[in-house]
Design a protein around this ligand. Sequence first.
Ligand SMILES: *Cc1c(COP(=O)(O)O)cnc(C)c1O
Length: 344
Amino acid sequence: MTAVLTVDLAAFQRNLDVVRERVAPAELMLVVKDDAYAHGLEPIVTHAARHGVRWFGAFDVATGLRVRAIAGPDAGIFVWMVFGVEEARRAIDAALDLGVGDADTLEEVALAAEAAGRTARLHLKIDTGLHRNGVRPEQWPAFVERAAELAAAGVVEIIGVWSHIAEASDAEDDAARARYEAALRVVEARGQQRTLRHLAASAASFDRTGFRYDMVRVGAFCYGIRSAGGPGEDVLGVQPIATLDAPVLALGDEGVRIGIGSADGLPSVLGGRMSVGTPDGPRRMLRIDEMDCLVEPWPGAAVGQRVRIMGQGTSSPTDLAEAMGSIGEEIAVRVSPLVERRYR
Ligand SMILES: *Cc1c(COP(=O)(O)O)cnc(C)c1O
């Protein structure tokens, strides 16, 4: 009798359809970092691959290798965190596409490709203002020059040019996009005309036509997680695909004790700031302890009944995030891996 996270794969598919229709003709890259935002990598990738998703964004090499095993040889798999020659070699052997955002990594990947006897597939990353990683504009021409040299030698292939943007304000995003365009012109001036261009994540890919280019990297909206402070699920046409339920453990004077706590990933700061769905309608969450929590009583409350903590019919991850000044992704990925996942 514990908490359960149930993932609705039909809802996932509807979200995928909405996102793909919206961004077409740009291609969807489904971002599956953090165990597919804690929805479970294997079922999510399996389902998406079966329903026509051709690109996956996997963040690190370990995840990329898992996606390769699940999605098969034809999937495009993009990883953008590569550490050292050894890891680059494993990625190249599995035909992962590598996002490279600094000169040292470029050299490591080249060494790994030579050792593997295979051409590494690269997406060059320009820093358009986030300063997370990515080649600074002043170093970009030399970086592109070196990548082109390695490409001419058959060591690497330049597949794409990409960046990541804040999606916090249109003005900042516009400035980032101008830097991205300048970086593209440097690559095109070298005669590299047919690179895959990708810049936008969920919010910009939905709202801003000019940011879609050839491909968009979308995680949040595919899982039905809207942007905090942004348009609602009804406007976007997506819905949260996960519901989190937990059982009634005991009835007491203080309230009804429910079997989910901060150790399961429910932030204790949400005590007093959220409600849960009970068989008698919504009730206030009074307090969240480590192993359990306390909810305002309802008539007919009984041990073993289940209440809905998050998802369809009650708060979405982003609703909860907004109650604590965070973002929906954070709430979603905090659900402990020890909480049982079910799929339907
Ligand atoms: C997480 C991530 C995305 C997806 O962002 P969402 O807002 O969840 O769609 C895209 N690109 C990069 C580089 C990321 O790290």
